[in-house]
Design a protein around this ligand. Structure first.
Ligand code: BGC
Ligand code: CA
Length: 446
């Protein structure tokens, strides 16, 4: 239903540009040669292909000049969040694809607040007038995680400022409300004032160093529930992987609403069983953009092709699903709250986004080789939602992608498997740590 409506919307948006799905608009002629295929196979393609879109034979592209997209972990300082513009401007075909972290974080906070207001008659489990929550933090140095912690604290009134920003540090435990990284909030509902307290929060990092660790969250809720019991009225999490682990371990049986982020299929299904809600970061749009910016650079066409401007197959995104910030070289998908009211529209998180689901023609968009890594092969969101989407879009965009799964701990576990970058036409990178872009770019510069 949601998807069908989006198609209609996208079609009407695109009407002035090109008949939807008509594929009649010619692509712009490439201005630069695409990555260097010098094999006989590539040469054979030339005879059948539209010559305008065929790479110059013999043009060897240096690795440092090949299209590069960072995704999901934006090159930035883990201490300050400041963007690493050197990495984002590595070459003229470098971009980042992610989602609007602040808009999504605000939505998550508001979703929790709305839930409390609507369910005030049952939310305060021990009836002491304090609404207690616990929070699972993904990675204290990852700007998506930081934004979500801030979003929850801002909406619930528990935020404390630090250096002009909301403090996002974990509180540890805060049974009596005396912690300094958070404060007690208050909410007035139905003429009564309630205290809102962050009883506990911690970064879910396992002993080997992997962040956003679902198993660690499952253990933490065991510890928290044994010390706080029915003081816990709400469980909040920076993502669904950790949220579902806590839900399955404790909150489902105890009927405590649990909120996550990502709209992974299992979390959406759990809404029927009492999971409080989640946020879709429009992974269907992000996965498309991740590969699309590479495709466009390889084709030598305008970067907006198949994004804000319909391509020759009719693929186009409407402005309500993403923003592009040219000064940050970044595409950001927009987020949508998924709750009991609308979750049936989101049951399959691996379904391609219909407005960008048209197959490109092999004759004019010849197959190219892409190296792509996932920082941690055990990450719930990237593994169960993002990568399955990428594997659908790679075919639609004629990209042959090698998927490399990291251990979530060290960059070298991944970079060791980029031994011969010359084999590839383009790169898509998901760092372990947002500070570490140079671990990859240095390999491409050699
Ligand atoms: C997702 C998390 C995921 C992380 C990995 C975030 O955007 O919400 O679920 O673990 O990306 O970098
Ligand atoms: Ca209470």
């Amino acid at each position: 239903m949601k998807k069908a409506l989006s198609v209609v919307f996208a079609c009407s948006m695109a009407l002035s540009l090109v008949a939807c799905g008509g594929g009649s608009k010619p692509t712009e002629a490439p201005t630069t040669a695409a990555a260097g295929d010098t094999t006989t196979e590539a040469a054979a393609d030339i005879t059948v292909a539209d010559t305008a879109a065929v790479p110059e034979v013999g043009a060897e592209v240096a690795n440092k000049d090949k299209p590069l997209v960072w995704f999901n972990r934006q090159p930035s300082s883990s201490a300050t969040g400041q963007l690493d513009m050197a990495a984002l401007n590595f070459n003229k075909d470098t971009y980042y694809v992610g989602f609007d972290a602040n808009q999504g974080a605000e939505l998550q906070g508001i979703m929790v607040k709305d839930y409390i207001e609507k369910n005030i008659d049952s939310i305060d489990r021990n009836g002491d007038g304090i609404i207690g929550y616990v929070l699972a933090i993904g990675d204290i140095g990852h700007n998506d995680s930081i934004a979500r912690t801030r979003g929850i604290r801002k909406a619930l009134g528990t935020a404390v400022e630090k250096d002009g920003n909301i403090n996002s540090d974990p509180v540890g435990t805060n049974a009596d409300g005396t912690a300094t990284v958070v404060q007690d909030g208050s909410m007035e509902i139905g003429g009564k004032t309630y205290v809102v307290r962050e009883l506990a929060s911690q970064e879910m990092k396992n002993s080997a160093g992997a962040t956003w660790d679902a198993a660690t969250a499952g253990n933490a809720i065991g510890t928290w529930s044994s010390s706080f019991g029915d003081q816990i009225d709400i469980v909040a999490s920076n993502n669904d992987g950790m949220g579902m682990s806590m839900f399955n371990a404790w909150s489902k049986d105890n009927k405590v609403p649990t909120f996550g982020y990502d709209a992974n299929s299992d979390a959406v299904a759990a809404i029927a069983e009492g999971y409080g809600g989640t946020i879709s970061q429009h992974a269907d749009v992000q996965a498309y953009l991740t590969l699309r910016v590479l495709r466009n650079a390889l084709d030598g066409v305008d970067i907006d092709t198949g994004i804000g401007t319909a391509d020759d197959a009719g693929n186009v995104l409407s402005p309500d699903v993403y923003v592009y910030k040219a000064d940050e070289r970044s595409y950001y998908a927009l987020n949508v709250a998924v709750t009991a009211e609308n979750y049936t529209d989101f049951t399959d998180s691996t379904m391609v986004y219909t407005p960008v689901s048209n197959q490109l023609d092999e004759a004019t968009h010849a197959t190219k080789n892409v190296w792509l890594n996932i920082y941690n092969s055990a990450d719930n969101f990237l593994g169960s939602t993002y990568q399955p989407l990428l594997q659908k879009y790679d075919k639609l965009l004629n990209l042959k992608v090698d998927y490399i799964g990291g251990d979530g701990q060290t960059e070298s576990n991944i970079t060791n498997r980029l031994g011969n970058p010359s084999q590839y036409d383009a790169f898509a990178i998901n760092m372990v740590k947002t500070d570490n872009a140079a671990s990859y770019t240095s390999l491409l510069e050699q």
